[in-house]
Design a protein around this ligand. Structure first.
Ligand SMILES: [Zn+2]
Length: 255
């Protein structure tokens, strides 16, 4: 079985001590590629180092809406070099109305500026969006989207919204939330996005599957998400693995 963890955070301090073991356990679980997403410019060099150390790891450069600081604004133009530095995506970028004390207008500016660079250099985007899908669509209409598309990770919207986002070339990665009790809405989304616009993720060290509730999440736990996805879409584990891996290779231009 060949799997891709389309979204994780190997830069996390929780993984710092033991990264070699964590990556090798991921490979043992069937993962052939992991795409680690940075959350702030302070991680950009680290992320690149991790990708150089482990052939299975690819990386994305970006500034996550939760970690925006005015002082990071000057770092955004540096993303123009992302492709030549070997990054496979711009991310994790996005907008989030559910965080307290968030300056939403500043989030929008950071998101749109990073989206515009991704489009310009044609790297796919890794998008985080909570409670702000209307604004997301608005930004996509205003700025456009990269030719290579991208993913909305841990997607929580409706099937109709998925349809609309697919028109911008976007796909969707889901992880631990698949193992929770699934609403009719989630099942409809999965039927809409599978097989061609669905990817597997772990978002580790966050969002563990229900089987590991309360624990640190690791990429190797992707198998629980795979199992849950197969049950929801009514396909075999092998087919879900094959389809999600093919989608990840296409979107992130992996080889
Ligand atoms: Zn994330």
């Amino acid at each position: 079985m060949r799997l891709v963890d389309a979204h994780c955070h190997l830069e996390s301090v929780l993984f710092a001590e033991d990264l070699g073991r964590i990556v090798s356990e991921a490979l043992d679980a069937g993962i052939i590629k992991l795409i680690t997403s940075t959350i702030s410019p302070d991680q950009w060099d680290l992320s690149r180092n991790i990708a150089q150390r482990f052939p299975a790891v690819e990386y994305a450069l970006g500034i996550h809406p939760w970690y925006i600081q005015e002082s990071y604004r000057a770092r955004i133009p540096g993303l123009h070099r992302a492709k030549e530095l070997g990054a496979v995506a711009i991310g994790e970028i996005g907008i989030d109305r559910k965080i307290e004390n968030g300056d939403f207008l500043l989030q929008m500016r950071f998101f749109e500026d990073q989206l515009a660079i991704a489009k310009e250099i044609d790297l796919p985007v890794v998008i985080h969006c909570r409670g702000a899908f209307n604004e997301l669509i608005h930004s996509l209409k205003r700025i456009g989207s990269p030719q290579s598309g991208g993913i909305v990770h841990s997607f929580s919207g409706s099937a109709e919204l998925a349809d609309e986002l697919m028109r911008f070339g976007l796909s969707f990665s889901l992880g631990g939330i698949l193992t929770l009790r699934n609403s009719r809405k989630r099942i409809e989304v999965m039927k809409k996005i599978y097989p061609n616009h669905f990817l597997l993720e772990t978002d580790s060290p966050d969002i563990p599957p229900v089987q590991k509730k309360g624990e640190i999440n690791y990429p190797k736990y992707i198998v629980y998400n795979l199992q849950a996805a197969a049950e929801i879409v009514g396909d075999t584990i092998e087919n879900v693995a094959q389809n999600t891996t093919r989608n990840a290779f296409r979107i992130f231009n992996l080889s």
